[in-house]
Ligand binder design. Structure first.
Ligand code: C2O
Ligand code: CU
Ligand code: CU
Length: 470
């Protein structure tokens, strides 16, 4: 199916290619490496709500670049998956069918669930197989996601498209005066970078350097749309941003330099909105931001990556009339930070290289080795050190943590990383301390939780370990 039918089928609003727009925007030149293309309407994933979800892991094809066809993976779709919206307190059930010709798993990243439904590498769904996890949503409103977590193949499978967004709502998020009209003033932005071969197929790890630093592409997409444009009302608009790239770290900013408000970190709202003009998002991290377009009727601006010469990721076309207004409240939630002085131990996590593989504490991922045994309700400090001259990050399954020190000092913790987090960026030679507590759920040695660098090529090449909770 061609791009236009696909977009119509996916329910995206069509907008005309935009030429010569206002001076506040950068040019509409494509980032597809020399092709001249017009902008495409931002694709909107299907939204699924309720408590029963049927998810099919499937092959597909996409016309990302006009006139070419890219073989892909998707979940109920040609590429990527639906947005699954669940409610705190609900018990949800999944039928996950693997119609691929290779084994895969599906991990609920950011979800606070027992080890035996976490979807890590021990829970392979064989080709033709069906996996039926069920769990009760037991956490505050957040923007999370799900993705393949197959042993040694996560990078490749996510690159091909096995990822989607999972949103948790609760009574508190219902009550807040935030933008929440889906696809009107509330949008998922799943940011990825890809590299294409001339025949249109994805290029994955063409060079040794791609495996070493992590796979970075030269073509950017949001929700699977290259150079997308979205029509927006002249009011506050909320973006639920997920960096679903394998390795690239983005520094997001608006072309007009305007400030926006960060309202959420990985696993929860911030207590209060934070005004920023740019925000850094490393692989697997989520941020929710609210951009105020009230005074920008008729204007066009762009969301750009300041880490990459202000590459345009998304064009915002303010051309719709707001049907109602919202006002981001001064207080969003109340968090319960863990007390570091209550910690019973400090665990080191040293990110490095050992015997030609990536490693944590000198050992590379071994499915048969449990690296840490955690005890329910014990507060711990985890000291994560990047010993390398390259960027890593660190993600833990099971629960959230709070960052209490960066490079030896609490004062170095960045404002936008204060709150509930499950993934933290470590620039070359950085160290961070986080405080964490396992609660509610256990994981035994047959289905342990994972901790790892979320640069997927590093995860697949050893920078991962396993822990039980009892
Ligand atoms: Cu996003 Cu171990 O996962
Ligand atoms: Cu995870
Ligand atoms: Cu890494």
């Amino acid at each position: 199916m061609n791009r236009r039918t696909f977009l119509l089928a996916s329910g995206a609003a069509l907008s005309l290619p935009l030429m010569g727009c206002s001076s506040s925007s950068t040019t509409n030149t494509t980032n597809t490496g020399g092709n001249t293309s017009t902008q495409t309407p931002l694709r909107m994933p299907q939204l699924l709500t309720g408590t029963q979800f049927d998810l099919n892991l499937q092959t597909g094809s996409m016309e990302f670049i006009a006139g070419t066809s890219t073989p892909t993976f998707g979940i109920n779709s040609n590429y990527l998956g639906p947005v699954i919206k669940v409610r705190n307190g609900d018990t949800v059930n999944f039928n996950v069918r693997n119609t691929l010709t290779e084994a895969a798993t599906l991990h609920w990243h950011g979800m606070h669930v027992p080890g035996n439904v976490d979807g890590g590498p021990h829970q392979e769904i064989l080709p033709g197989g069906l996996w039926q996890p069920s769990f009760t949503i037991n956490q505050a409103a957040a923007t999370n996601w799900f993705h393949s977590h197959t042993h040694n193949k996560t990078g490749e499978q996510v690159y091909r498209g096995l990822a989607g967004m999972m949103i948790v709502e609760d009574a508190e998020s219902d009550a807040l005066d935030l933008p929440k009209s889906w696809a009107e003033d509330d949008f998922p932005l799943i940011i990825q970078d890809r590299k294409f071969n001339t025949d249109g197929s994805f290029s994955y790890l063409p060079t040794q350097q791609d495996a070493m630093r992590g796979m970075m592409g030269d073509t950017f997409m949001i929700n699977g749309s290259i150079d997308p444009i979205v029509d927006l009302p002249n009011k506050e608009v909320r973006f639920r941003i997920l960096n679903a790239s394998n390795a690239r770290v983005y520094q997001l900013r608006l072309s007009n330099g305007d400030a926006f408000k960060q309202i959420a970190t990985d696993n929860a709202f911030r207590e209060t909105p934070l005004s920023l003009t740019s925000i850094t998002v490393s692989p697997a991290e989520r941020v929710e931001i609210v951009v105020d377009l009230s005074n920008l009727q008729g204007q066009t601006l762009t969301l750009q990556d300041a880490n990459n010469n202000d590459t345009v990721l998304l064009t915002l076309n303010v051309n719709k009339a707001a049907s109602s207004i919202t006002r981001v409240p001064a207080q969003l939630t109340t968090l319960t930070p863990l007390d570091p002085t209550a910690a019973v131990r400090t665990r080191p996590f040293v990110l490095g290289r050992t015997r030609g593989l990536f490693s944590i504490n000198g050992v590379s991922m071994d499915m048969t080795r449990i690296d840490h045994a955690m005890t329910l309700n014990e507060v711990e400090i985890w000291e994560i050190t990047n010993t390398m001259g390259m960027t890593h990050n660190f993600h833990s399954h099971a629960t959230h943590f709070q960052i209490i020190e960066r490079n030896g000092s609490a004062a170095n913790v960045l404002e936008y990383e204060k709150g509930y987090k499950d993934t933290v960026l470590l620039n070359p030679n950085d160290s961070v301390k986080v405080v964490v507590k396992m609660t509610d759920y256990t994981a035994d040695a047959s289905t342990p939780y994972m901790f790892h660098c979320h640069i997927l090529e590093h995860e697949d090449r050893g920078m991962m370990g396993q822990f039980t909770v009892a």
